[in-house]
Design a binder for this molecule. Structure first.
Ligand SMILES: C[S@@+](CC[C@H](N)C(=O)[O-])C[C@H]1O[C@@H](n2cnc3c(N)ncnc32)[C@H](O)[C@@H]1O
Length: 292
């Protein structure tokens, strides 16, 4: 071990690249290097790990953004599947990615959706659901697969990425007739229907406050009298924030609970109609807005 910490870090990174990524016992040191980088050191750091910043790893997939944005349907699907590249040059990098709290929080929000829908169909005949930014629609697939109570639910999916629509359609083909697929920007979609649930996860984190507020104002008009909007947003407490930013150039608008209450208030929603829940890690916050 040398005395120059910068040289030590470089050697450690070289070792990680040569051995196919961090083992569990390396996580702390690797994370600490990333967390302590100055902004002007990021480029140099990425140069040192450039052999993994490509589609061979989940970190690299987010970095190169093959569909134009980091959390595309394909990456999100792989998170749900706990997909890992078995090539020894990349395997441990993917396991590291999948073990991050943010990846676990994504998996948790799928479970949150499934539980919500189970309750919905228990209390409501012919429930109607709209999903904004539906991505792979793994949540829909799992809910409809597990739920054995008949087909008294209809789900409309909105996504502006044709590849996401194609993927979700193929995945859910056995539920034909229950799901509609709409390739359109959520900012532009106009609904002629009312929904019991408007759900959006992994979308509003990319919007500025003004778009967030605009969408609440717009979609609140598309909810039934006893319906609800549920919008997920990563919390400012996301412990994976820095890793996402430095490794994958993946930036989100993280928000606190009070940010979400303020945004709802800016959209002219009465505070009695607003509540916030979170998944077990407290990383994904769910802003819930009732119509009445
Ligand atoms: C991070 S993924 C989340 C997918 C899914 N909701 C989930 O939680 O598994 C976000 C999805 O939103 C879509 N998206 C992003 N901006 C959008 C917009 N303005 N209108 C419609 N879809 C959008 C992307 O194409 C992507 O499929």
């Amino acid at each position: 071990m040398k005395n120059d910490p910068e040289e030590n870090n470089s050697e450690f990174l070289k070792y990680l690249i040569e051995t196919g990524g961090p083992e569990l016992l390396d996580y702390k040191q690797f994370t600490s290097i990333v967390n302590n980088l100055n902004i002007d050191e990021i480029e140099d750091f990425r140069e040192k790990i450039k052999t993994i910043l490509n589609k061979n790893t989940l970190i690299g997939h987010a970095f190169v953004k093959p569909y134009g944005y980091p959390g595309d349907f394909n990456l999100i699907y792989k998170i749900y599947q706990f997909d890992v590249n078995e090539d020894p040059r990349y395997r441990n990098w993917d396991i590291f990615f999948q073990n991050q709290p943010a990846a676990n929080a994504v998996r948790n929000r799928k479970n949150f959706f499934i539980e919500y829908c189970k309750n919905l169909v228990r209390r409501k005949e012919n429930a109607k659901v709209l999903i904004l930014g539906s991505g792979p629609a793994s949540d829909v697939y799992e809910f409809l697969t597990d739920y054995s109570g008949g087909n008294n639910i209809n789900i409309d999916l909105i996504d502006f990425d044709q590849s996401a629509i194609d993927f979700s359609m193929k995945k859910n083909e056995k539920f034909e007739g229950q799901i509609s697929y709409n390739k359109i920007n959520a900012l532009r979609f106009n609904s002629y229907k009312l929904y019991d649930l408007i759900w959006s996860a992994g979308l509003f984190d990319y919007f500025k406050d003004k778009h967030f507020t605009f969408l609440i104002r717009k979609y609140i008009n598309c909810i039934t009298e006893d319906g609800e909007m549920v919008i997920s947003n990563f919390s400012t407490k996301n412990p994976t924030k820095r890793l996402m930013e430095v490794l994958s150039d993946w930036y989100l608008n993280l928000r606190t609970e009070s940010d979400l209450f303020r945004i709802a208030s800016d959209a002219n929603i009465d505070k009695e109609l607003v509540s916030i829940e979170k998944e077990t890690l407290g990383i994904n916050l769910f802003l819930k807005i009732r119509k009445t």
